[in-house]
Design a protein around this ligand. Structure first.
Ligand SMILES: [Zn+2]
Length: 72
């Protein structure tokens, strides 16, 4: 049985819902089509989530969003 109190977020790569701890958060820079990695998970703005450390999901996210994802 899963604990329903844990807030889930959906990975935009594989579309699976997971606890926030298992996802990397990215924040979109308006108008730029660039997502910046949000290490704190608290940066303001519209967030997107990708499975932590998953190259596969990141690639899918890039395709789906037609945007750039930056980790620096
Ligand atoms: Zn994923």
């Amino acid at each position: 049985m899963k604990n329903r109190a844990i807030p889930l977020r959906r990975c935009i790569g594989c579309n699976q819902s997971k606890p926030k701890e298992e996802l990397d958060r990215y924040v979109i820079k308006p108008f730029d089509k660039i997502y910046l990695y949000d290490e704190s998970g608290k940066a303001p703005g519209r967030g997107a989530y990708v499975c932590k450390g998953s190259e596969e999901c990141l690639k899918k996210a890039v395709k789906r969003k037609r945007a750039e994802f930056r980790r620096d």
